[in-house]
Design a protein around this ligand. Structure first.
Ligand SMILES: [Zn+2]
Length: 127
């Protein structure tokens, strides 16, 4: 994600599609063991900004100053049109802070939320 790309402001609740992708990622591609309490927070998330490149990446308001977000879910999925994308759920032990979609072969115009059922754990050796 190049720093030159600005992140336009949003002010809306999480969409059902985003919530489904986050839940699927935490369930099918969690990178931390202790996540069950975060499931309950997903529907309350509020999008505050999105990625300016045109992809479906969004940031959520639940920021805790001084606490760095880390990867709590790291998966691979398929978009409705067949593109292969990576999906990262960012968060802290207190809450989810972001959802990132990036290309693993999908075109720039296909950086959409993957189909929740298609999400599985990212394995680095996979091509
Ligand atoms: Zn982007």
């Amino acid at each position: 994600m190049p720093a030159a790309i600005t992140r336009p402001t949003l002010d809306r609740p999480i969409t059902p599609q985003e919530a489904a992708v986050i839940r699927a990622t935490l369930k099918q591609a969690a990178t931390l063991p202790e996540l069950p309490h975060l499931f309950d927070t997903v529907d309350q998330l509020h999008a505050i900004s999105r990625c300016g490149c045109g992809c479906d990446s969004v940031d959520f308001a639940r920021h805790h100053p001084g606490v760095d977000s880390k990867t709590i879910g790291d998966g691979v999925g398929t978009t409705p049109t067949g593109g292969r994308v990576g999906v990262i759920v960012w968060g802290t032990e207190h809450g989810i802070t972001g959802l990132e979609i990036y290309s693993l072969g999908a075109g720039d115009d296909d950086l959409r939320l993957p189909i929740p059922e298609s999400i599985h754990l990212f394995v680095p050796t996979q091509t």
